[in-house]
Design a protein around this ligand. Sequence first.
Ligand code: HEM
Ligand code: HEM
Length: 133
Amino acid sequence: MDKEVVWFIRQSIIYFMLGTLLGLIFLFFPDAVSQDGISLHVHMNLIGWMSMMIFGVGYHILPRFSGKPIYNRKMMTVQFWLASAGMAGMMAGWLLRSLAVPGGNGILLVFGTLMYVSIILFVYNMLRTVKGA
Ligand code: HEM
Ligand code: HEM
C-alpha cells in the first residue's frame, strides 16, 4: 500500500477513537457540551474518521477498480499533507474556541481552507483516475 494510504487509515482510526471519546464525555458531563465542542466532535468523526478513511481507501481501491494508476501521485502526496494539517488545525481551532481562547477563529479559517483545497485535489485526482474506465 502507498504510505499515504496507510497513514490516512491510521489517522482515521485515531480520530475515530478521539471523536467518539469526546461524544462519550458529552454523555457523562452534559454541562461540558458547547456548540464548538459539538463541532469538534462532528468533524473529528465526519472528516477525521469518515473522510480520511474514504481518502485512503479511495486512493487504494479506485485505481484497481478502474484498471488505471492514480492520475497524479504527487497530487496525492500534497493532498495527504493538506488534509492532515487541515484536520489537525481545525481541531485546534474548535478546541481554542470551546475554551474561549482567542485565535481560534483565524486558525479555523486558515486550516478549514487547507482542508477544502485538499478536498478539491482529491475530487479532481479521483475523477481523472476513473475517467473512461
Ligand atoms: C461512542 C460514540 C458516540 C457518542 C457517545 C456520541 C455522542 C454524541 C452526543 C452526546 C452528541 C450531542 C451533543 C448535544 O447536542 O448535546 C453528539 C452529536 C453528534 N454526533 Fe456523536 N457520538 C458518537 C459517535 C459519533 C459518530 C461516529 C459520528 C459520525 C460519524 C457522530 C456524529 C455526530 C453528529 C453529526 C452530531 C451533531 C448532531 C446535531 O447536529 O445536533 N457521532 N454525539
Ligand atoms: C473544509 C471542510 C469543512 C469545513 C471548513 C467545515 C466547517 C464547518 C463549520 C464552520 C460549521 C458550523 C459550526 C458552528 O455551528 O459553529 C460546520 C458544521 C457542520 N459540518 Fe462541517 N465543515 C467541513 C466539512 C464537513 C464535512 C466533510 C462534513 C460531513 C461529512 C461536515 C459536517 C458538518 C455537520 C454535520 C455540521 C453541523 C454540526 C452541528 O450540529 O453543530 N462538515 N462545519
